[in-house]
Design a binder for this molecule. Structure first.
Ligand code: C2E
Ligand code: CA
Ligand code: CA
Ligand code: CA
Length: 278
């Protein structure tokens, strides 16, 4: 019976067959992507609304495939997470971002941080903290200039284990951001249970501010996060009306195409210097 239904899928669902084939192929090719130098990082600044200066810079992974060209992270990160490849890839991101950031001229931007996305699978890996220490030691980056962006899904399983890891991260002076807040299983519980410094409100909420209800919800999230002492960041800001709304409601920092698209590291370094002259 089981065998029959399997054959059925293969024979009569060519779309699913192709999808599975693509995923397997991408997984295989992702395995060699680091070695072949196909991965790189783009950097997107986020701006402090009180000062107009760069508050932090998010590292975003890019994959230039020899035949397919640019493969979007939303396509390959889930595959990397499912196959465990996110562990070596995440280590490469950490190392590369910290090394590049350590080489930038931060003079006058000491408050500014490099912000790196970390997947659950990567963080619960037994070597995670050791790798972090090793990367900091090797690159010489000041831990105070590092922030890790974690999605809420990190908090669902193994809360005790995660708490211990978060404590170790905090002990080193590294900051913690809750990423994609409002997307998926948002729970206000996480905000009080975990030692986060920053809350990044997901783009969906920012897009939603075109409706009255959306404005009420987003304004309340900003207020709540601020009352809890968190730095509130809005992601995916594309329109000046959104920016005006966020300023009015006391959002601390903004990130999005309206202000700056993700750029290569040398361009990002120039931005830091330009801001320094002001
Ligand atoms: P994210 O962490 O929510 O990152 C923000 C995403 O929104 C980025 O997409 C960024 O390029 C995009 N973005 C920024 N401003 C705007 C805007 O104004 N409008 C729109 N439409 N989009 C904007 P990207 O680079 O494609 O990355 C997608 C996701 O992939 C990220 O979402 C993050 O979850 C994941 N990701 C990227 N790099 C890494 C990484 O190094 N490690 C891990 N674990 N995940 C990563
Ligand atoms: Ca992020
Ligand atoms: Ca994210
Ligand atoms: Ca997001």
């Amino acid at each position: 019976q089981a065998r029959q239904s399997y054959i059925h899928v293969v024979e009569f669902d060519p779309v699913m067959d192709e999808e599975m084939h693509d995923r397997l192929q991408l997984a295989t090719e992702l395995r060699t992507a680091i070695r072949n130098g196909e991965l790189s990082l783009a950097y997107q600044p986020r701006i402090d609304l009180a000062t107009g200066r760069i508050a932090a810079i998010e590292a975003l992974l890019r994959w230039q495939h020899p035949e397919l060209g640019h493969v979007r992270p939303s396509r390959f990160i889930p595959i990397a997470e499912q196959t465990g490849l996110i562990v070596p890839i995440g280590e490469w991101v950490l190392e590369t971002a910290c090394a590049q950031a350590a080489g930038w001229n931060w003079q006058g931007s000491e408050e500014c941080r490099i912000s790196i996305n970390i997947s659950v699978q990567q963080m619960v890996h037994p070597d995670f903290v050791a790798v972090l220490d090793d990367v900091l030691a090797r690159t010489g980056l000041n831990p105070k200039q590092l922030e890790l962006e974690l999605t809420e899904s990190i908090f669902i399983e193994n809360p005790q284990k995660i708490s211990k890891i978060l404590d170790k991260i905090k002990e080193r002076g590294i900051r913690i951001a809750i990423d994609d807040f409002g997307k998926g299983y948002s729970s206000l519980n996480y905000l009080k249970r975990y030692p986060a410094d920053t809350l990044k409100i997901d783009k969906e909420f920012i897009t939603g501010t075109q409706s009255d209800t959306g404005q009420i919800i987003t304004a309340s999230v900003i207020q709540l996060a601020r009352d809890l002492g968190l730095t509130v960041v809005a992601e995916g800001v594309e329109q000046s009306e959104q920016l005006a709304f966020l300023m009015r409601k006391g959002c601390n920092e903004v990130q999005g195409y309206l202000l700056c698209r993700p750029v290569p590291h040398d361009v990002c370094e120039q931005f830091l210097q330009q801001f320094d002259l002001q």
